[in-house]
Design a protein around this ligand. Sequence first.
Ligand SMILES: O=C(O)COP(=O)(O)O
Ligand SMILES: [Mg+2]
Length: 221
Amino acid sequence: MHPLLDGIRLVAFDLDGTLVDSVPDLAAAVDDALGDLEMPAPGERKVRDWVGNGSMVLIERALRDTQGRDADPELCRQAHDRFLVHYAQRPCSATRLYPGVREALDALRGTGRILVLVTNKPEAFIAPILEHFELGGHFSLCLGGDSLVRRKPDPLPLTHAAERFAVPPSSCLMVGDSRHDIAAGRAAGFRTLAVPYGYNHGEPVAASGPDGVVESLKELV
Ligand SMILES: O=C(O)COP(=O)(O)O
Ligand SMILES: [Mg+2]
């Protein structure tokens, strides 16, 4: 086991960019949503840098890029509604698990640790994606960006999970790909571990000062 797991009883995982490479499907849904509104498709390369703060912020960033200014809230709402429709149709057509994820989750469960999922993605998409990869049974709790009143980088979802299972924050670890995961983990009093292969607005996640970095989740176990 990785030394950062010593004394850890609960491990919180981020989803997009940590467990799954979901940008191909997210980008297709953004492209289709903007297409419905007769706007140009931003494409995968740009969308990669916009993921991390939930689906509404993703759409706001796409519209700002297309229009060169902040879009009005009604347009954001319309585009977001279209995004949700398209993404719901194909959440897993090109999405892949990163190498080492299944092995790491299996092994961690085997040690009796509590695993939770804390993503900024809308909660409705969590179960279909986990079920697609047959990982639904691994997590004792799944929280999306709309599950509670605040999302990452706010510590609330992590604090909520630790309290739910009565585990002190010092015995919890947050594993994620973005500065929002590291900030939320630190603010909640969790240990933090980063993976460098995901989405962090085009910057290295190591710069946010996680307690550790692993190239693959396999290194955890
Ligand atoms: O939907 C997002 O913006 C990011 O989701 P994540 O928190 O699982 O990385
Ligand atoms: Mg992420």
